[in-house]
Ligand binder design. Sequence first.
Ligand code: JD2
Length: 276
Amino acid sequence: MRIDIITIFPDYFAPLGVSLIGKAAARGDITFGVHDLRDWAHDVHRTVDDTPFGGGPGMVMKPEPWGDALDAVRALGAVPEAAGGSGLLVIPTPAGVPFTQQHAARYAAEPWLIFACGRYEGIDGRVADDARSRMRVEEVSIGDYVLAGGEPAVLVMTEAICRLLPGVLGNAESAADDSFGFGRLESGGPMAGLVEGPSYTRPRLWRGREVPPILLSGDHAAIARWRRDSALRRTARNRPDLVARLAAGVPEPLDRRDREVLSEAGFPVDSEDVAH
Ligand code: JD2
């Protein structure tokens, strides 16, 4: 996979040289191109921003450097990592579609991603419209809070995408674990639609606190049920939005025990809404 990033802060992407992503890049499983938008500025001061038409606070990124940068980076499409793909342009913006695990999985299957990092109050709206006339463009948001620019969003998305690439995760079983529990909100498996409960490792007794004894029982069916109960309780506590989906039978119908656990957690679930 090839990932190109256009930014006014190339140094922001030093973390891509570290950890699992850094190793995958060193192996050649991922190729990163980080490009300074100011290389395509049109004046000696390398200006990339201007005042907003119609008034308002702050500055807006000028379209000309972005148009030229995207044309130049798009011309990299002949490189081997991107062969066969036309490139998908991803533009982080607080006004975008919420980025989810499903986006991460879909992006991980692309041969070539191009990220456009805005700053100030964002990029002149014509840049995305113009790009859309020659490539696929998606505007995405990593969450309902306001960042100062797209760079941290691109680091977040890159991590979510790259950990799904074959061979990037240290151990094969962690990738297989994605069919369970959280992150796997839509993906099926026994924990689909739930956040995970806590996990435990040695020592069995720490600061007077025991690991839940069921986890040491060797009874795999009982452990699976206990973990689902634990996940349901944490989902009830932290994610009422997900409980509402579960109550509607999404992504899987709730069983009798699920409804009992949710009810005890203060979320009575109407049994008429669920399959029996
Ligand atoms: C960005 C800014 C618009 C005010 C480029 C913010 C984001 N979840 C998210 N929160 N904020 C962003 C994000 C992404 C790109 C830019 N700004 C600052 N934009 C209005 C301030 C500029 C994502 N993804």
